[in-house]
Ligand binder design. Structure first.
Ligand code: ADP
Ligand code: ZN
Length: 734
């Protein structure tokens, strides 16, 4: 659990608790070094024969006797973790039942802590005249004159001027250019906050004003910014970003998808004359190191990133924007299980900052928090300019004639044909990667499955392989059925985007189609480029998975066709309806953003299903109210809290026995009034050869759930190969 946080410098020789950044999961006691050390400082300490890196965390445990205390070896030249950051990490660890060192590791993933400030040589104009001038020399001096504020490295200057490095060195010898040592981790370009944005509409103005007041307040507050796609949410929250930066504080914008950062960076650059600093898994170590240090020292004022950016050591974080806040990718589902949306609120409450949750379809919890007044709420009711919301219609598939192995009905086909004629784009949405979700033997009925998982293999024709979407392993397509041996009888069943692309090519042989599916692009960068090209009009028909629902802007798109709107309706978890609703709304919202009206067609076999009806009516408030009533009746979140308990082991018997034992000895949980359900084999009962069993714990909103869970789990001894995961506020019930 979190240690008390203390701020005073610890005098030399006194006991301090060091939190190691390596694999150890507890505080270690040392003596403060000569000159003392401050809480939060990064240090090197001896551990046996080795030296390890850690953070000065607190007063120490007292476990090591005074006489055996070893001193801290060295204080590292890295910005210390500030008290609010340490408090955040401690409370996040408590909330998610994560060992504190594992939580601190999330905040110290930047490399180079032990290196200190690394320097390199940079070049600027010198005081003297160059003797003999050549073309090459003139070009070098011209570059330096043109960019007086930039510090060029030798390589950068040479390539910018189109000369060899010897030319520059020659100018240095003559004093016309000066070579000097500078820190390699340079601050990011300063944003121009004076530059005006687009003139806002009256609704936008009201919202922006409220958010600016929030930024000036220097107190914690959370606002749900709800508005349909294209209503200008980004434009509005950029006003809050500008005000936060004017206050001398930093701002962080979280996006659910790396592929969205490109468009966002361009927008920031357009508005403020310089891009934001970006943070995501695709960055180099050098870039991470630079941003980590610049966040800590204030050399980065606006950061855009994936959920892990929330763990950057900002010097003074004034604003966190969680864009598309309903997106499920904000929940980290492996390693440390946390929801970046909730952690953003926690961090902001400690840092006294503002949170903006932006979405067209907020998650039920956020909507409820806004209803009850826990969050403020701002609504942008309309699209900007001429753009109107698309009309949404259901296509009753019971009345459509579709031949076997095809999925695009005549109504949708006709609608796409119209778009082709008008040179507009169409989107066909199907949330299934690959060619076909099932491969079946027509001789014996066997379905190809993954040998390690309780999952069917998905054919990926593009790769010419079968893939398990649970463990990611791929296999060649067999010639004969592995069960009955019949040859040539294996057949694809059901559609994936690749198969849909085949159907579309047959329907519209001259149209240019593009498939947007996360697995078809080698890197985040190539995906980003593909999206930009498509937005520019490089495709007539876009075939996409969930990826396309996430806020990309395709100005020429006027038709969104949903191949199977029923797909998500019967999920096994409590958010199935909510997710389908959000996804369908997001997909529909892709159409008609610019000056042409859009249309969305939902192919469904159940046009009267309440979720489909809510989507058609565009009655989102009504939908949320109905969902909320359902949750209230069932006593489900947000009217209670859940924890998913997952045990896994290679030994099926062992894991079930242990789960049964846990269910029997549930006193610590019943004492706080919690209910325990299960154990039961998980819906995906085996992954990577490990058998999985689940329990579900439900408690009152105010009950001390984490504390009880920790005491409950502490009663048991777990065999070393058995893994126990406790998922607080689970999103996935698989
Ligand atoms: P959202 O984030 O709600 O999807 P955006 O902020 O991306 O909406 O706005 C959608 C489009 O409309 C963008 O191209 C944006 O530049 C433009 N836009 C937003 N507000 C205005 C405005 N007041 N005047 C002109 N264009 C605007
Ligand atoms: Zn598998």
């Amino acid at each position: 659990m979190a240690e008390p946080v203390f701020e005073d410098r610890v005098p030399a020789g006194e006991r301090v608790g060091i939190l190691p950044l390596g694999a150890l999961d507890r505080l270690l006691d040392y003596k403060a070094p000569e000159g003392g050390c401050s809480p939060g400082a990064f240090v090197e300490v001896p551990l046996g024969p080795r030296k390890i890196v850690g953070v000065v965390w607190g007063p120490g445990t007292g476990e090591v006797p005074e006489a055996r205390l070893r001193p801290v070896a060295r204080i590292l030249d890295a910005p210390p973790l500030r008290a609010p950051m340490r408090e955040f990490l401690g409370r996040a660890a408590d909330y998610t039942l994560t060992p504190l060192p594992a939580m601190v590791r999330l905040a110290t993933r930047a490399p180079g802590l032990t290196e200190g400030q690394v320097t390199h040589n940079v070049y600027r104009l010198g005081p003297r005249e160059a003797g003999r001038m050549t073309d090459a020399r003139t070009r070098v001096l011209a570059v330096l004159r043109d960019f007086p504020d930039r510090s060029f490295t030798l390589g950068e200057l040479a390539s910018q001027a189109g000369v060899g490095t010897a030319v520059i060195k020659g100018l240095v010898t003559q004093g016309a250019v000066v070579e000097e040592e500078a820190p390699r981790d340079r601050p990011y370009p300063v944003l121009d906050l004076g530059a005006p944005g687009v003139p806002l509409t009256p609704d936008q103005m009201l919202s922006a004003a409220a958010l600016r007041i929030g930024a000036e307040a220097h107190t914690y507050n959370t606002t749900l910014l709800k508005g349909v796609t294209g209503s200008g949410k980004t434009e509005v929250y950029l006003e809050a970003v500008a005000e936060t930066l004017r206050q001398g504080r930093q701002a962080l914008v979280l996006l659910p998808e790396i592929a969205l950062t490109g468009a966002f960076l361009a927008r920031v650059e357009h508005r403020f004359g310089a891009p934001a600093a970006e943070w995501h898994s695709g960055m180099t170590q050098t870039e991470r190191r630079r941003l980590w240090r610049m966040a800590a020292t204030g050399g980065a004022s606006l950061v855009v990133g994936a959920r892990s950016a929330l763990f950057l050591p900002f010097r003074d974080l004034g604003l966190v924007v969680v864009d598309e806040e309903h997106d499920t990718s904000y929940k980290q589902e492996d390693g440390v299980l946390y929801n970046a949306r909730d952690m953003a609120v926690l961090r902001a409450s400690i840092e006294k900052s503002q949170v903006i949750l932006a979405s067209a379809t907020p998650c039920l919890e956020s909507w409820y928090n806004a209803q009850t007044g826990k969050y403020a709420r701002l609504t942008l009711p309309a699209r900007v300019g001429l753009a109107v919301l698309p009309t949404v219609k259901a296509v009753d598939m019971r009345l459509e004639e579709v031949t076997r192995g095809n999925w695009v009905g005549p109504t949708l086909t006709e609608a796409v044909a119209q778009r082709l004629e008008r040179e507009e784009q169409s989107l066909l949405f199907l949330n299934r990667r690959g060619y076909a979700p099932v491969t079946l033997c027509r001789s014996c009925g066997h379905q190809l499955g993954c040998p390690h998982c309780d999952a069917r293999l998905v054919e990926h024709r593009f790769m010419r392989r079968l893939m398990c979407h649970q463990c990611g392993e791929t296999f060649p397509m067999p010639v004969a059925c592995p069960d009955c041996g019949a040859e040539g009888k294996l057949a694809p069943v059901g559609p994936g985007v690749e198969r849909l692309a085949e159907e579309v090519a047959a329907l519209f042989p001259t149209a240019r189609t593009a498939v947007l599916s996360s697995d078809l692009y080698g890197s985040a960068k190539s995906l980003k480029e593909a999206i930009e090209q498509i937005a520019d009009g490089a495709a007539d028909i876009i075939i996409g998975t969930q990826l396309v629902a996430k806020g990309h802007n395709f100005p020429k798109l006027t038709l969104a066709g949903v191949i199977d709107a029923d797909l998500g309706l019967y999920g096994s978890d409590l958010r199935a309806a909510e997710r389908t609703f959000a996804l369908m709304r997001q997909v529909s919202g892709r159409a008609g953003r610019a000056d042409r009206p859009g249309e969305a067609l939902l192919q469904t076999y159940q046009p009267h299903h309440p979720v489909i009806q809510a989507i058609l009516k565009g009655d989102d408030e009504g939908f949320w109210r109905a969902e909320l009533d359902g949750r209230r009746m069932a006593g489900m979140p947000p009217f209670s809290r859940l924890a998913g308990i997952i045990l896994s082991s290679e030994d099926a018997q062992e894991v079930m026995d242990k789960a049964v034992e846990m269910a029997r000895h549930k006193d610590p949980l019943t004492k706080i009034g919690a209910e325990v359900w299960g154990p039961a084999p998980a819906p995906i009962a085996r992954v990577r050869g490990r058998h999985r069993v689940r329990l579900l714990v439900k408690a009152d909103r105010t009950a001390p759930l984490q504390d009880a869970l920790a005491r409950w789990a502490a009663q048991f001894r777990f065999p070393s190969d058995l893994r126990l995961t406790m998922d607080i506020d689970p999103q996935s019930f698989m």
